[in-house]
Write a protein that binds this ligand. Sequence first.
Ligand SMILES: O=C(O)CC1=CCC(=O)O1
Length: 96
Amino acid sequence: MLFHVKMTVQLPLDMDPETAARLKADEKALAQRLQQQGKWRHLWRIAGLYANYSVFDVDSVQELHDLLMQLPLYPYMAIEVAAMCRHPSSIHEDDR
Ligand SMILES: O=C(O)CC1=CCC(=O)O1
């Protein structure tokens, strides 16, 4: 199951810089692990914003929920999710 996810990061302005740096490093490590596992298929910066557009490939809505909840930056993110299904004109046979 493919899901389009928009994540907008809103760190508190008064957050300790070391805490922010640790959260970002932990987020990066988990994001890269999930990409290697094929769960986090795409990760794009939205130009001009501290936000990203991502595509997740998971087995269930519950799995997506659990992945998003475990992101280190989750408490500081606004998250929007859209479920996607195959477009009849797509030439990509592996999209599902
Ligand atoms: O910087 C972001 O958009 C938040 C984020 C998601 C994965 C990551 O490494 O940072």
